[in-house]
Design a protein around this ligand. Structure first.
Ligand code: NAD
Length: 382
């Protein structure tokens, strides 16, 4: 299939592009380097140097003899995106091109507005490119488990049957996001649902949990093909951050009491989920919602695991509870359903001690590059 990846320079986008190309699809990636610009502006650069798309695609071609096409531009710009559709003619589009940091979206007005306009407008331009060019093109949109929040009832897979005064109807599962970033994802889902039910387009919305990992078959071919690996408070996801803190000898920063439970998944599983969604499209007129995580952990459990594995490797790893910069429940019920991707054939890579140890060993090679001032929370929800 011809697969267009929006946000193809990102932490998830670039490794996805390489694996899809190697599994036989034709891939084109699009990016405007928004993530790199924000990382530079907030002193949150990645642990390793990651070349931009022209160089990355060259290195990939030299290693594999395969060509990933790329376009540099803003997905919010409808004329640009429509032109990409005309030139490439995708069968499926993977939409990663959003501002993904909750803390960044909570810094102030300008950062919140950038997050809101960028995330909604990139989704909106994509919907219209599909409407104009090919209504059979399958949109695979990255949402987040954070859209649901932490309700005191089980979290279903996107939809819930409501019985009310003797009648019943299936609705989108209620969403109560905990940051402006997560709220833009809720708004994206509503936007997509409107266009699905009105125009019959086909959409998969993936409610993804925080991803960890820096290794994939293609990323391991050459260090310059590695994903953008962030460990700061703005872009770093919690497992990646804890592993870097363990290596740097900085106590693991558990926010508040640490009873916050979330669903996590390995980078390799994110890619496999995308591949499964591409190869098993949603039906016409369907908004298919899949919960994309493989295991749930509390922050305390993650910290204890990283501490145990780090100490096993001879590192001095301690845990420190810091004042929670976020507004969130620190102890709560959490029981989300996750059948859809397993039914499609996902075979999870679980977070074993060995997986964490391999990551720590890789990070140790970059120990000198860790900047400690990027680790403690710099943004508060107030
Ligand atoms: N990483 C995670 O743990 C995680 C978890 C849940 C959901 N997600 C979602 O998955 C997607 C990818 O996440 P990521 O961690 O790879 O983030 P990322 O920031 O590394 O990747 C997103 C990419 O999109 C690009 N981009 C943003 N706006 C753009 C625009 N208007 N035009 C062109 N390019 C644009 C950025 O430059 C960046 O390279 C995001 O939508 C994010 O919300 C990520």
């Amino acid at each position: 299939m011809r697969v267009l990846i929006l946000g193809g320079d990102g932490y998830l986008g670039w490794p996805t592009a390489m694996e899809l190309q190697r599994s036989g699809h034709d891939v084109c990636v699009v990016d405007n380097y928004l993530r790199r610009k924000i990382a530079q502006a907030t002193d949150s650069e990645a642990l390793m140097d990651n070349p931009r798309l022209p160089e990355r695609t060259e290195i990939f071609a030299a290693k594999t003899n395969m060509k990933i096409l790329y376009e540099e531009g803003d997905c919010c710009d409808f004329d640009f995106l429509n032109g990409v559709f005309e030139r490439f003619g995708p069968d499926a589009v993977v939409h990663y091109a959003e501002q993904p940091s909750a803390p960044y979206s909570m810094i102030g007005f300008h950062e919140a507005r950038l997050t809101l306009t960028n995330n909604l407008n990139s989704t909106f331009a994509l919907i219209w490119a599909v409407l104009k060019q090919n209504r059979n093109c399958h949109i695979i949109k990255l949402g987040t488990m954070g859209e649901y929040g932490t309700p005191n009832i089980d979290i279903e897979e996107g939809w819930i049957e409501i019985n009310h005064k003797g009648r019943s109807e299936r609705f989108l599962y209620p969403r109560q996001a905990g940051s402006l970033y997560h709220t833009t994802k809720v708004l994206d889902t509503d936007l997509l649902w409107f266009y699905v039910r009105t125009y019959g387009i086909q959409v998969t919305d993936l409610m993804q949990g925080p991803v960890y990992g820096l290794s994939t078959d293609s990323a391991d071919l050459d260090v310059r093909l590695a994903p953008n690996f962030h460990y700061d408070d703005i872009f770093g996801t919690v497992v990646n951050r804890f592993l870097v803190q363990a290596v740097a000898g900085i106590p693991l920063t558990v926010y508040g009491r640490g009873g916050q439970v979330r669903g996590y998944l390995n980078l390799r599983d994110t890619i496999r989920c995308i591949e499964l969604a591409v190869e098993n499209p949603a039906k016409k007129g369907e908004l298919r919602i899949l919960n994309q995580f493989t295991e749930t952990f509390s922050v305390n459990q993650l910290a204890e695991r990283v501490q145990r594995v780090g100490r096993g490797l001879g590192l001095d790893v301690n845990i420190q509870h810091v004042d929670n910069p976020r507004k969130e429940m620190e102890e709560h019920y959490y029981n989300p359903v996750r059948h859809g991707l397993l039914d499609l054939g996902l075979k999870p890579h679980f977070m074993t001690d060995e997986v964490l140890a391999v990551m720590i060993e890789k990070i140790l090679q970059y120990r000198e590059r860790i900047v400690p001032s990027r680790i403690l929370p710099r943004v508060r929800w107030k």
